[in-house]
Design a protein around this ligand. Structure first.
Ligand code: BG6
Length: 491
């Protein structure tokens, strides 16, 4: 199968914060990969903008290193890299002063598509937006791209929305949640709405429960001071896990159109019930001592450099969506750092058939489970019951119908674009489907705020769990008491 790469129209993309970590690790290597794939047209320009005093050559040298460090060596051919570097320019600007803005204006061609990526701290969104408008650099057709965290509560998210709305229409604002750029996340919509198989069963009558897991093996070392003010609820649940939940729970949009899709997601978020304390388990990882085969690993308190931190590096919640489709089907969410394995998946467990004709086999009965693997090894797995082969009566066994996208799609499946490169190309195409709308972010915070306020008011401390485990014991109980079990997190 050969994928079609359709080049986007000519554009000028300005990246504010171009020397920062995200730009160097994700944005610029991603743009190079799109260039290499033939999607970024020659002549398109990427203009790095940051405080550092540097010329275009200095920036090109930085990007050369970023490509060497973060792009697969198979894509390192010298001629393509040289051509890509020619599309780069740099201007030193002062986000809160007047320096550099006239030079930037001279570089951006208003006749092209132009996009401004704010890969900077949210407190700079306002000053940057002011200056882009005051200097006549951004116009009515320009697009701006903003990163998470989009606020830390409803009030700050509203303030950020108001700041951006003072200068730009909602149709010009692209709020990134990189989970929406992941291949399999979009596949959720394809699986649901391009097949007849699942949708008739996609409701509380047939689905027992849904589990969403985003497990990471990394700790917070290196970004402890950001993380300690955030925690797993703000860092992962309010955005990434919420988006996954929305795509599973939403009604079919009337069309695959940005506002039609986002309208349906907002309805899900508004239908989320408040979560009682008994349905929340927070955890914090402990360090592990060195053993023969393994080096010592610091605990959360050392990583965050806050010896009295009550911030959670793990959270599990039981969430109810109060609408006709989902009444009575819980969604169990969990995410954490320093867990046993890196695995992101959604598991949909169906109910048992209403009556078993296989009387003697009841004990071995298993429900159908549809697992959508986001990473690693993107794919889908449907567990079905079949007869165990061989003579000797009717014995049932559960087997997986397993599909790895990499295998099923051949070369194309193995070369799945990174979330950022896909999202940036969507900005250039002017497609907002995979970006969060202002009301969506606010609705997500409106649900999140009382949950956080609840544990802060109670003064709860997170439960300790061993680094390399599956999380705190209490999280197991969250499901056991409902007669259910978490899926195993594999090493
Ligand atoms: C980021 C969070 O948004 O997502 C990080 O801030 C987290 O804490 C990361 O590690 C996970 O992304 P991915 O794509 O590696 O699953």
């Amino acid at each position: 199968m050969v994928s079609r790469v359709i080049p986007v129209d000519l554009f000028d993309l300005v990246i504010f914060g171009a020397t920062g970590d995200l730009a160097q690790r994700k944005i610029l290597p991603g743009l190079y990969r799109r260039f290499h794939a033939g999607q970024m047209p020659e002549g398109a320009r990427i203009i790095g903008a940051a405080r550092s005093d540097m010329d275009a050559e200095g920036f090109r040298a930085q990007v050369t290193k970023a490509i060497a460090d973060f792009v697969d060596p198979a894509k390192h051919d010298a001629a393509t890299i040289a051509a890509f570097l020619q599309s780069l320019d740099y201007v030193s600007v002062d986000a809160t002063g007047e320096g550099g803005w006239d030079s930037l204006k001279a570089k951006v061609d208003p006749a092209r598509i132009n996009a401004f990526y704010f890969s900077v701290a949210p407190m700079l969104f306002g000053p940057l937006a002011d200056r882009l408008k005051a200097h006549g650099i951004a116009g009515d057709q320009s697009r701006i791209v903003v990163e998470k965290p989009f606020g830390r509560d409803l009030a700050s998210a509203r303030a950020l929305n108001a700041t951006l709305a003072a200068h730009f229409e909602e149709s010009q604002i692209y709020r990134i949640d990189h989970y929406l750029g992941k291949e399999t996340v979009q596949n959720l919509m394809a699986v649901r709405f391009a097949n007849i198989l699942f949708e008739p069963l996609w409701n509380a009558q047939y689905i027992d429960h849904v589990q969403i897991t985003v497990a990471e093996t990394v700790g917070v070392g290196g970004r402890g001071s950001y993380y300690d003010k955030s925690g797993a609820m703000r860092d992962m649940v309010q955005n990434h896990l919420m988006q996954l939940l929305c795509l599973i729970a939403m009604e079919p949009p009337y069309h695959f159109d940005p506002d039609a899709v986002r309208d349906e997601k907002v309805k899900v978020i508004r239908a989320l019930q408040p979560v009682p304390a008994a349905d929340i388990v927070r955890g914090q990882y402990l360090g592990v001592k060195a053993t023969a085969g393994r080096a010592e690993q610091p605990g959360y308190l050392a990583d965050s450099e806050n010896p009295d931190s009550r911030t959670e590096s793990y959270i599990a919640l039981k969430v109810q969506v109060a609408n006709w489709r989902w009444q009575g089907t819980p969604f169990y969410l969990r995410t954490g750092k320093r867990l046993r394995g890196r695995a992101s998946e959604i598991a949909i467990t169906f109910k048992a058939p209403p009556h078993s004709i296989f009387d003697q086999e009841e004990a071995s009965w298993r429900e159908n489970v549809l697992v959508i693997r986001l990473q690693p090894d993107e794919g889908m797995n449907l567990k079905v019951m079949i007869k165990e082969p061989g003579p000797g009566g009717m014995r049932l066994v559960q087997v997986p119908l397993d599909m790895s996208f990499a295998e099923a799609l051949g070369e194309d499946g193995a070369d799945i674009p990174d979330a950022y490169e896909r999202l940036i190309m969507d900005v250039i195409r002017g497609n907002q489907t995979l970006f969060m709308r202002g009301d969506e972010v606010e609705a997500a915070w409106a649900w999140t705020d009382p949950i956080i306020a609840g544990w802060e008011a109670r003064g709860d401390r997170p439960r300790p769990y061993d680094a390399g485990s599956s999380g705190p014991e209490d999280a197991l109980m969250l499901m056991h008491r409902d007669g259910r079990r978490w899926r195993e997190i594999r090493e």
